[in-house]
Structures are given as structure tokens and as C-alpha cells.
Write a protein that binds this ligand. Structure first.
Ligand SMILES: [Zn+2]
Length: 71
């Protein structure tokens, strides 16, 4: 479940939010098809975070994606 502290605008691009911190996997986020994190040339669609704050910061850098996987 996506925490309420995540702004609605950012929630809109999240496909799955799995908080697995209790089993030490961190917070695993998959973003919706058609979007990616704007951090590398490969188009990342799934990322892991230690904190909600970090995840929110990175979600601000989600951009449209037209990779093969998203088509
Ligand atoms: Zn993509």
C-alpha cells in the first residue's frame, strides 16, 4: 500500500509499492508501463529504497518511457 505521505501526483505513476523492510528487502517500487526513472539510459522501471523519503525524492524524476517493454 502506498503511504499517504506520497503526493497524489506521484502516486499516479506507481504500479506497485511493496514495503518489504520487515524482511530487509527495503521498499520495492514498480512504476506504471509508459514511465521510467530518469537516471540512466536503460530505463529503469523497478527500484528499491530504504526510506519513503528517498522514494518520494526519486519519484519526482519519473519521465515518460517508450522502451520496448513499455510499448
Ligand atoms: Zn519503459
Amino acid at each position: 500500500m502506498i503511504p499517504k505521505s506520497v503526493p497524489k501526483k506521484l502516486q499516479a505513476v506507481i504500479a506497485h509499492w511493496d514495503d518489504e523492510r520487515t524482511i530487509e528487502n527495503g521498499i520495492i517500487i514498480m512504476i506504471k508501463s509508459g514511465y521510467k526513472w530518469n537516471f540512466d539510459d536503460h530505463g529503469l522501471h523497478v527500484r528499491g529504497y530504504d526510506t519513503v523519503r528517498e522514494a518520494i525524492d526519486d519519484l519526482r524524476d519519473v519521465v515518460p518511457c517508450d522502451c520496448e517493454q513499455c510499448k
